[in-house]
Structures are given as structure tokens and as C-alpha cells.
Design a binder for this molecule. Structure first.
Ligand code: ADP
Ligand code: MG
Length: 572
């Protein structure tokens, strides 16, 4: 072939390939999901580029994916007539991993095959999964718009290198040709050769790719009575549903289909926690299909992380991770928004300014909060699972989404002096319901750890009166509290503040006694103050302690001890 060259894989790719080949025996079928999903992405990209340049269709506008096999040659071929790859693109996209998360990917491998297989999808290393089942992979591709003799043939045996050469290919798009490995049963007892079956391939396609909005076609087969086997015909039939799931009405979609679409979106083998699917009419018209995942991704706490919804405009795919469609504190939500109003040539910049997008963002936020409220009310165990994975992120909403602050406050969960273990399970409503006769405030304590909080001397007086105190130990808590000064008319106050008013919780007798005690010990406190000098502002006698001899408190206007430590750590 013309200008054949051999190149080395990037180190990370090499490591990844090793991993694929040696550790994914029980989850072989995912390779087809990944390759079909790439074919579908390639068609989406063509459709998008062709909005400006319709000539890219080259007279063939019927986008489709084909899956075929050859039992004699032991090959499987996945073809598409999408955007295709130029020679340079093949070298770049099929020789390196562009994503910056690769290092993290390797760090997160657990050795547990099923979990590692999930990671593979999440990190966008999908193409290389072809090497799970193949010991040689060839990609023959022509980019839309390039002449027929400018196609590329990429080939590799998955060890250290790949070759590229310039070849001819009349039709645009990509054929991925897998040379199956020698037979050897995997964890599920299936041999590679068993993939060379129309029935078997169809069952994988429907399992993983039913909702792909393009037709996936395979050769029709006919039972041959004499030979006792299937005979393949030359006409192609569509084997998937081939309509975008979200365009169908809710009543026509089974839970299984919603779940399959989730694993397509998320590349996640776990089931979603919940989803909501609606057609919204009014000022902005759009369809939303939003999922709550059960597990947090590794980079959840990174607010810069590109995360968001897939945006479609009138069924045309526009972009992944359109983060403008959701506020940042809901960045764990995955899903699709299909707008009827936005222009097809919408860019990220336009999205930032569009009023339609603002309406969509608000609508999506409301839906997600509704979904969470519903879980909290009707499936508290699921909500507890959600909270332990994503609670810290949801708390950011207290500062970010003023309009929904009340709703978010109701969704918050805390540890408290009355909860057990580490779990944050107490809602503000629970707290209000347990308030003591005469208690007017919601009391809380912030600390670096729950252990530190529970052993704080500040809690003594509350314990003795049986008054519950919320214990806040997450990094975002101090910041969040600055947006949560009251709930249902009850002020939130820190038990670590000086001059803490217990209000009616303290009876007259106790107050008088306290004043008397202060009088009696004036001499002592003055001495202690003189001894400590500028290290403290004031030394007081208190009735707050029942077991400890002394404790530090901060003044009303001062920042709290915990925040002070945090700021010091941050070098402030
Ligand atoms: P991802 O799909 O997450 O980008 P993959 O490893 O699955 O990662 O694919 C890597 C890249 O290879 C894709 O981003 C794309 O540029 C290119 N590619 C893979 N398959 C095809 C295809 N069928 N047509 C065009 N490009 C493809
Ligand atoms: Mg992919």
C-alpha cells in the first residue's frame, strides 16, 4: 500500500491494551456496544457538519450502521457511513488517549473485572475494547469530503504498534474489522467463535444498542432445513428499535429500555437510581430525560469538570456535556435535552447567553429537585444512598441557587447528637419535630471530624438538657451555613459561639445561679485573664460545661474556630 508507516502506541494505550486483553474475560460483549456507539457518534458528527456543508453527504444521506461476520475468515465487521477518519485523524485518535483522566483511570482500577470494565467506558477508551475479542483489528476509513483514494487503513495486533497506509475506499465512513482470537472460553463459558452467529450478535445489539437512533442493520437469515443451519441472504434488516428513546411517549417505554439507555449514556454498568422523562411546553419547548446515578464518578468534586447533558436540537445531536443546561451543583445528573427552539448551529458561547437555555436550565433543576423530593419522601433508603454519594455537591446549591434554596434546605441531611454512626440522616424537619419545649433555635456544631464533634465540650449543656445538636463536618459546611441562617422561621446558631443564649431552655433559677457563680469567681477569672494575656479576649464563668473544666468559644461577630482553622490551612 501507499506510504505505509508503523507507529508506536502512547504508553497509556499500551497499558490499557494489556489490561483489556488480560482482565476482561467475563465482560466481553461490551466491545460491540463501544464500537456501535462510535459508529453512531460518527454519524452524529457527519449530520452536524453537513448542516453547513450538505455536499458531505455525497448523495448518500441515509445514515446507518452495519454489523456483519464471516465465519470462514473469523471476522466481525462494524461499518458506518458517518464522518470517517483522515490518515492524520486515525493516527491521532486510534493511537493515543486524548483524555486527561488516563492516569486516574489506572489509579482506579480495582482488579475486579466487572468494575474495571465499567471504568473503561466511563473514561472513553471504548475503541480499544475491540482487543478484548480480537487479536488483530483493522480500521478502513475515509473522511467525508476526501477523494476515494485518500482513505486510510489502520491495523494493529494490540501489542505495541500500529500501521497506517493510504488506500482506496469508494464509500465514506468507517469499517472496523475484528479478527477474532483463537477459541478459548471466557468467564461466561462463551468462546470467541460463538460470536460468529447472527442470533448471538443480534441479542447483543438489542441488549446494548436498541435505543441508538440510527438503524443498525444485519443480513437477513433463513433456516435451511436440508443443511440444518441458517443461510444468510443479501438483504439487510434493521435489528434495533432505531428511534431515539426520548421521542417516544413514556407509556411505550419499559423500565428495561430506560435502564439500557442509561448504560448507553453513562457507560456505567450500575443501574440508575431514578429518572424523569418529560415533554415541556410553554416558553421553551423541549424534551428532557434526566437520570440520577447510583454512584459518584471519581472527579465529582471538581467543579471545572465538564459534565452535563447531551444536547439535541430537533433530534440532531449537537454536543455532549452541555453544562449550561444544569446548574453546577446538579452536575451528577446525566441525560438528554432535545430542544425545539434552539438554532442548529448553536455553540457553547451562544448557549451561555441564550434565554431559552436559561429556561431549560431552570426547568431541569426543578425537575431534578422534584425527583429528589419524591425519593426522599417515598424511598428514603434510596435517598440515603443518594445523599451519601452526592450530598456534598447538593449542598453547593444553597449558595448557588437562591430561587430553590428552601427546597434544597429540605433535602439536606445531617449527622446529629441523636443520630448513630457516621451517616448523615437527620433532616431539618426531623430536627424541628424533636425540638424541646421552649427551644427556639436550631443548634449546630462544625468540626473537622465527627469524632471531634461528638467529643466537643460545647455539647455538654445540650446533652444535659436533651437538646439535639446538628454536627457538620464536611468541607462545604461552613460556606453552606452562610446561606442557611434560618429554617421555617427558626434561626440556626452555632453552639461554639460566645454568649450563647439558651432562651427559655434556661430557667430563671439557673440564670440567677450563674450570675452568682460569676460574682463568686471574679477574682479567679481576672487572674486567668492576666495569665493568658492577649491570647484570649475574655475569660468567663459558664454554665455550659458539665464535665470539662474549660473550653474556647468565639465571639458573636468573630469567625468560628473551625472556619479559622480552614482559612489558616488555605494560607489566608
Ligand atoms: P470516544 O468515543 O469516547 O471518543 P473511543 O476510544 O471510543 O473514545 O474512540 C476514540 C476516537 O476514535 C473517537 O473519538 C473518534 O475520533 C475515533 N473513532 C472511533 N471510531 C470511529 C468511527 N467509527 N468513525 C469515526 N471516528 C471514529
Ligand atoms: Mg467511544
Amino acid at each position: 500500500g501507499a506510504m505505509k508507516e508503523t507507529l508506536g502506541f502512547q504508553t497509556e494505550v499500551r497499558q490499557l491494551l494489556q489490561l483489556m486483553i488480560h482482565s476482561l474475560y467475563s465482560n466481553r460483549e461490551i466491545f460491540l456496544r463501544e464500537l456501535v456507539s462510535n459508529a453512531s457518534d460518527a454519524c452524529d458528527k457527519l449530520r452536524y457538519e453537513a448542516l453547513d456543508k450538505p455536499e458531505l453527504y455525497e448523495g448518500d444521506g441515509e445514515l446507518q450502521i452495519r454489523v456483519d461476520f464471516d465465519p470462514q475468515a473469523r471476522t466481525l465487521t462494524i461499518s458506518d457511513n458517518g464522518i470517517g477518519l483522515s490518515r492524520d485523524e486515525a493516527i491521532e485518535h486510534l493511537g493515543t488517549i486524548a483524555k486527561s483522566g488516563t492516569r486516574e483511570f489506572f489509579g482506579r482500577l480495582s482488579g475486579d473485572e466487572a468494575r474495571d470494565a465499567q471504568l473503561i467506558g466511563q473514561f472513553g477508551v471504548g475503541f480499544y475494547s475491540a482487543f478484548i475479542v480480537a487479536d488483530r483489528v483493522a480500521v478502513v476509513s475515509r473522511r467525508a469530503g476526501l477523494p476515494a483514494d485518500q482513505a486510510v487503513r489502520w491495523e494493529s495486533d494490540g501489542s505495541g504498534e500500529f500501521s497506517v497506509e493510504t488506500v482506496e475506499k469508494p464509500g465514506r465512513g468507517t469499517d472496523v474489522i475484528l479478527h477474532l482470537r483463537a477459541d478459548e472460553a471466557g468467564g461466561d463459558g462463551e468462546t470467541f467463535g460463538e460470536l460468529l452467529s447472527g442470533w448471538r450478535l443480534k441479542s447483543i445489539v438489542t441488549k446494548y444498542s436498541d435505543h441508538i437512533s440510527l438503524p443498525i442493520r444485519m443480513r437477513r437469515e433463513e433456516w435451511d432445513k436440508d443443511k440444518g443451519e441458517y443461510r444468510r441472504l443479501d438483504d439487510w434488516e434493521t435489528v434495533n428499535q432505531a428511534s431515539a428513546l426520548w421521542t417516544r411517549s413514556r407509556s411505550e417505554i419499559t423500565d428495561e429500555q430506560y435502564k439500557a439507555f442509561w448504560s448507553h449514556l453513562s457507560h456505567d454498568g450500575t443501574e440508575p437510581l431514578a429518572w424523569t422523562h418529560n415533554r415541556v411546553e410553554g416558553r421553551a419547548e423541549y424534551t428532557q430525560l434526566l437520570y440520577l446515578p447510583a454512584k459518584a464518578p471519581f472527579d465529582l468534586m471538581d467543579r471545572q469538570r465538564r459534565a452535563g447533558l447531551k444536547l439535541y436540537v430537533r433530534r440532531v445531536f449537537i454536543m455532549d456535556d452541555a453544562e449550561q443546561l444544569l446548574p453546577a451543583y446538579l452536575r451528577f445528573v446525566r441525560g438528554v435535552v432535545d430542544s425545539n427552539d434552539l438554532p442548529l448551529n448553536v455553540s457553547r458561547e451562544i448557549l451561555q447567553e441564550s434565554r431559552d437555555v436559561k429556561a431549560i436550565r431552570e426547568g431541569c433543576a426543578r425537575r431534578v429537585l422534584g425527583m429528589l423530593e419524591d425519593l426522599a419522601e417515598n424511598q428514603p433508603e434510596k435517598y440515603a444512598g443518594f445523599w451519601s454519594e452526592f450530598g456534598q455537591v447538593l449542598k453547593e446549591g444553597m449558595g448557588e441557587d437562591f430561587g430553590n434554596r428552601e427546597r434544597i434546605a429540605k433535602l439536606l441531611r445531617f449527622a446529629s447528637t441523636q443520630s448513630e454512626g457516621d451517616a448523615q440522616t437527620v433532616s431539618l424537619a426531623d430536627y424541628l419535630g424533636r425540638m424541646k419545649e421552649g427551644q427556639e433555635k436550631i443548634y449546630y456544631l462544625t468540626a473537622d471530624s465527627l469524632q471531634a464533634a461528638r467529643s466537643s465540650p460545647h455539647l455538654e449543656v445540650f446533652r444535659s438538657k436533651g437538646v439535639e445538636v446538628l454536627l457538620l463536618t464536611d468541607r462545604v459546611d461552613e460556606w453552606m451555613l452562610s446561606f442557611l441562617d434560618a429554617h421555617e422561621g427558626k434561626e440556626l446558631v452555632s453552639v461554639a459561639r460566645g454568649g450563647l443564649e439558651l432562651g427559655k431552655l434556661e430557667d430563671e433559677e439557673e440564670k440567677k445561679q450563674a450570675e452568682q457563680v460569676a460574682q463568686d469567681h471574679r477574682e479567679l477569672t481576672e487572674k486567668v485573664k492576666a495569665e493568658l494575656g492577649d491570647a484570649v479576649k475574655e475569660v468567663r464563668v459558664t454554665n455550659r460545661l458539665t464535665d470539662s473544666a474549660s473550653c474556647l468559644v468565639s465571639d458573636e461577630g468573630d469567625i468560628s474556630g473551625h472556619l479559622e482553622r480552614l482559612l489558616k490551612q488555605a494560607g489566608q
